[in-house]
Structures are given as structure tokens and as C-alpha cells.
Design a protein around this ligand. Structure first.
Ligand code: PLP
Length: 315
């Protein structure tokens, strides 16, 4: 009989044998990269949209990041992955399901895949289970994440990586000058955080689906529309043509729909990228502007947004 209060609830869900809780998602990635014992010129692929701390995890592990700008603005296609992995001789791909959208995974001989589900609780993938084609699953358990312990991270795998993992590491992204110290092992009540994640995601998904249904009919708005993926994160990305951008902002403001403009940090524009001369690979020429609609609000009247959109643009 499995107690739902322990880690088996996670191992069963993802069909994995080993689980290790750590202090942060960043440390989860750094820890895996270090445990792989790669050479110092080995390359790790990420996209330019992911959380900048993933870039730091790669640098801390002493490896070389290669940043790819996806042609759809968010995730790489299998073809893009194949081409970049071959051309750049990539050893590890960190596949992030950004904003809860599926990052496709291409199995390529000797390519190690770390699947990052920090923003993707209970997402549905097209033809596979989460973790099925990757070597490691990691998740941040930070405050804003669906699966949240306030602080923390998680690694799961069928590879017995734990013996190679440096459990003496006491660092995490926030702890260097923090008054808190997060000792290993972190104790996590998985049953509790799973229950909270389900509730959080169901509200975010409801709002995301409202935005999706309403906005997909307008030809000046592009959505990332992976067929079976249901967005689950607290940001819903839309790509708006330049001409209508200011208008859309006015309507969102009027209807009190919260949003964030563009990403705060584009990896390829970061100082560290310029200073270390990190390679950025791109065949992207997207002209639209990205807006991130917030889905974690308890909107009182989203219907007003629908009415305003129809008033302006018809239906
Ligand atoms: C997809 C993803 N992975 C990893 C991290 C890093 O996790 P942590 O904040 O727990 O270090 C973040 C952002 O915080 C993230 O969005």
C-alpha cells in the first residue's frame, strides 16, 4: 500500500524510479549537469525564452550554453532540434515546457535530455507521456510555479543519479546572501503541493481557455496552438501585429485584464551573453510583439473583454 503523502505520488505519476528534492530548480539542473561528468567544452542547448537562471546553471556547471531562438517564438520544432544538435554538436538539451506549452522532444543518439516541467503541471502532450522520452525530469517548486513548496526543486529519473549527485552543495539561487538556509534533504509534503497545484492550474487553465477561444479568430493575433496542449501557467502568450498592438493594450487596460509586455530578459540580450560571447542560433524573423496575459487573477468580468473585442473588431 503506497502512502500518498510520500514521494511515490510523484514517481508513480511520471513512471520513474528515483527522486531527489533539492533547494531550487536551478540547482536541480546544475546538479544533473555536474553529475554527467561532461567535458568542459561540451554544449548544452536552451532557447532564448526560458528562465535566465537555467543559463546560470549551465555556466555554473562549467559547460557551454548554445541559445536557440525558436521560429514560432516559444518552442523548438523537432526539425529545428535535429538541425541545431547536429550542427552545434550538442550534448544536452534542456527541454522546457515554457508557459505550459509542449516542447517537442526529438530522441537523438547520445543526446541527453533534461525535461523541465516547472511551468507545466498536468499538461497533455501530443503523442507521449511527460518524461517518456527524456532522461531526467526536473521541476522548480518555487513560489510562482504550479507545483509549489515556496522554495525547492525536484529531480526524477530512471537513472540512478543520486550517488553521483553532490549532496553537500548548500547553494541555491537565493541562498548566497539569504538569511535562510535550506538543508538537504528538503522535506516536502507531496500530497499537499499536488492538491494545491491541481487547484491553481484549473483556474489558470480556465482563464487561458477563455483567452484562447476569444482571440483565435483575429488574424492580427497569433497564438501558440499545440493541438493537445492546454496552457496551465500563469502567463498566456499572444503575438500581436504591430499595427494593432497599441489598440489591444488600450482594450486590455479598459477591461482590467492584466498583462506583461515582452519578456523581462531576452537571453540573447543579456550582458552575460555578450560578455562571454555565447552563441545564439536563430532563423527567426518574427515581427509581432509578444504579450503575456495573466491567467492567475480571479477576474470578475472577463466577459467585458469579449464584448469590447467584438465591438472593435466584430466577431
Ligand atoms: C522553467 C523554469 N525552470 C527552472 C527555473 C528555476 O527555478 P528556481 O527558481 O527554483 O531556481 C525557473 C524559474 O524560476 C523556470 O521558470
Amino acid at each position: 500500500m503506497i502512502s500518498l503523502n510520500n514521494e511515490n505520488i510523484m514517481l508513480e505519476k511520471y513512471n520513474k524510479k528515483y527522486l531527489l528534492p533539492v533547494y531550487s530548480g536551478t540547482l536541480a539542473i546544475e546538479g544533473i549537469l555536474k553529475s554527467l561528468r561532461l567535458g568542459k567544452n561540451d554544449k548544452v542547448l536552451i532557447t532564448n525564452v526560458v528562465c535566465y537562471s537555467i543559463l546560470h546553471a549551465i555556466l555554473n556547471a562549467g559547460l557551454i550554453p548554445i541559445i536557440a531562438i525558436p521560429s514560432n517564438g516559444l518552442t523548438l520544432s523537432k526539425k529545428e532540434i535535429r538541425e541545431i544538435v547536429k550542427k552545434e554538436k550538442i550534448k544536452v538539451f534542456i527541454a522546457v515546457h515554457q508557459y505550459g506549452y509542449e516542447q517537442e522532444i526529438e530522441k537523438i543518439n547520445n543526446l541527453i535530455i533534461i525535461e523541465d516541467i516547472s511551468q507545466a503541471w498536468n499538461i497533455k502532450l501530443n503523442n507521449r507521456q511527460v518524461g517518456e522520452n527524456s532522461d531526467y525530469i526536473i521541476s522548480s517548486l518555487g513560489n510562482s510555479k504550479p507545483l509549489s513548496n515556496g522554495v525547492g526543486g525536484l529531480i526524477m529519473s530512471n537513472i540512478n543519479f543520486i550517488s553521483k549527485f553532490d549532496i553537500k552543495t548548500k547553494e541555491c539561487r537565493n541562498s548566497i546572501d539569504s538569511i535562510l538556509e535550506f538543508y538537504y534533504p528538503l522535506t516536502i509534503n507531496y500530497k499537499r503541493i499536488v492538491k494545491k497545484a491541481n487547484k491553481k492550474v484549473s483556474n489558470q487553465r480556465k482563464n487561458a481557455n477563455f483567452f484562447k477561444k476569444l482571440l483565435k479568430i483575429y488574424n492580427f493575433i497569433r497564438l501558440i496552438d499545440e493541438n493537445n496542449t492546454i496552457p496551465s501557467y500563469h502567463r498566456f502568450p499572444i503575438y500581436v501585429d504591430d499595427i494593432e498592438y497599441d489598440n489591444i493594450l488600450k482594450i486590455l487596460d479598459k477591461c482590467k485584464v492584466n498583462y506583461q509586455k515582452e519578456y523581462k530578459n531576452k537571453l540573447d540580450k543579456l550582458n552575460v551573453v555578450k560578455k562571454l560571447d555565447i552563441k545564439v542560433v536563430s532563423n527567426n524573423n518574427i515581427k509581432e510583439k509578444c504579450l503575456l496575459l495573466k491567467t492567475n487573477n480571479n477576474y470578475l468580468n472577463l466577459k467585458k473583454f469579449e464584448i469590447e473585442m467584438r465591438k472593435h473588431y466584430g466577431s
